[in-house]
Design a binder for this molecule. Structure first.
Ligand code: ATP
Ligand code: MG
Length: 418
């Protein structure tokens, strides 16, 4: 493994710990990815120093976490996570707590590297790069699996999934991202154990959801999650729509949204969680809105209330932060404003901070047949032309609208005259 691919800050942390007399290794995804010749997302360090000892070595250090106590070493925007080797306690103590369903609630028993290995999830995530002699330490036969492209849990798969059900989501995320196959023993329990995810705090599931869908392989991940019945745990309302879909419409819309977002990531463009999440829930919002309309609610409130109801149900599964739900609501509510094209309204809409996302959303709807393609094209052209052309477009569009209104009001005028 070449050191030139390792982040300078991670190297600084490793050398500093070593100089202070501690053991220091890179571990986890970064070693796995470097061995594949890929650029790691982040660098995780493990050491035999306790969090408090790590804290004393670095000035730019913060201790975090309760379930797992960790040190974060800050370098500008880059954070190097430094964990202490985990050990195994023979029985429950104040440092380790196991829930009756097998879930680990607290795990702050420290140990040695040899013990730490068995706490990790997959064999390919349990490779340790030693800064002392640049070797890779492999106790779990991770190298063999790594070469074969196999994702295998360390230990008994069902026990490991029960200990931490999020490992099921991680299995799918890594299988897709690395192009590895799930070992049959790890794959089999996935069909039955999905329900265990319901016991995971919704904030953690939100974090996992972002990793699942915003890492560049959203579409494949979506298909695989559905295959194992796990998607419905994260997005129950969406799953319900998909189950009762007509003419493949919601599925097509979701697939397009995921494809777009994967393509943006491949092109190094930014992606926002709210865009994809609003696509996931759009069908549910519309169904509920239609129901409310049938019950006699007025058009504006029906949509707004439907958006609120769908969101408050969704946050029970994945705790979407307020600023994100607000943007999702904006994207949905702005959809009806694209039809209104008086000059004042058009400029007000275009200056709305959420215009770009709402417009992209409109295009996506048009491409999948749920919005007027001509309308979407009008907005595409309108943004591309200069001010003079824009005025011309507005005049022509509104001339049509005025003519239409006149025609509509004429017969009524006649009737009153008679
Ligand atoms: P990436 O950062 O590319 O998403 P990663 O493997 O580094 O992948 P992290 O969440 O950064 O994943 O975790 C770092 C390491 O910590 C993992 O490789 C694994 O060894 C261990 N780990 C993380 N989460 C768990 C878990 N839920 N159960 C067991 N081990 C875990
Ligand atoms: Mg990582």
């Amino acid at each position: 493994m070449s050191r030139s691919q390792i982040s300078e800050n991670a190297l600084k942390v490793l050398y500093r710990l070593k100089k202070s007399g501690y053991e220091a290794y890179l571990v986890g995804g970064c070693v796995r990815d470097l061995l594949l010749g890929r650029e790691p997302k982040d660098f995780d360090v493990v050491t035999d120093a306790s969090p408090d000892q790590v804290n004393k070595v670095f000035r730019n250090c913060r201790l975090i976490g309760r379930r797992f106590r960790l040190a974060h070493v800050h370098y500008g925007r880059e954070i190097i996570e430094v964990a202490t080797f985990r050990g195994s306690a023979d029985e429950e103590s104040e440092h380790q707590q196991v829930h009756e369903d097998g879930r680990l609630l607290r795990d702050n028993v420290y140990g040695t590297l040899e013990e730490d290995v068995w706490r990790r999830d997959f064999t390919v995530n349990a490779l340790y790069y030693n800064i002392r002699d640049f070797s890779v330490v492999d106790y779990a036969d991770g190298m063999k699996d790594h070469k074969a492209g196999v994702l295998r849990l360390i230990g008994n798969p069902e026990t490991r999934y029960r200990e931490d059900p999020v490992r099921m989501l991680r299995a799918i995320r890594f299988a897709v991202k690395l192009g590895f196959t799930l070992h049959p023993d790890c794959e089999k329990p996935l069909h039955d154990l999905g329900g265990l995810l319901l016991s995971i705090p919704n904030a953690r599931l939100y974090d996992e959801t972002l990793k699942l869908f915003l890492s560049g392989y959203g579409l494949q991940t979506f298909e695989m999650l559905r295959h194992y019945g796990l998607f419905g745990i994260l997005f129950p309302q969406t799953e319900q729509c998909l189950a009762s879909e007509e003419e493949g419409f919601p599925r097509l819309f979701l697939i397009k949204a995921l494809e777009n977002s994967d393509k943006r990531i491949a092109d190094d463009k930014s992606v926002t969680p709210y865009f994809l999440l609003s696509a996931f829930l759009w069908e549910s919002v519309q169904n509920l809105c239609n129901k409310k309309l049938q019950e006699g609610e007025n058009k504006y409130f029906a949509l707004q209330n439907a958006a609120n109801d769908v969101l408050s149900l969704q946050v029970k599964s994945t705790a979407i932060p307020k600023r994100v739900t607000q943007s999702m609501r904006d994207v949905w509510l702005l959809q009806s404003r694209f039809e209104q094209r008086s000059s004042a309204k058009v400029y007000r809409l275009i200056n709305n901070p959420r215009f770009r996302a709402a417009y992209d959303f409109l295009v996506l709807r048009a491409e999948t047949g749920s919005a007027d393609m001509e309308l979407a094209q009008w907005w595409t052209v309108f943004q591309a032309v200069d001010g003079k052309e824009q005025e011309k477009m507005l005049r022509e569009t509104n001339k049509g609208v005025r003519k239409y209104r006149r025609q509509k009001s004429k017969p009524r005028a006649k009737k009153t005259n008679e």
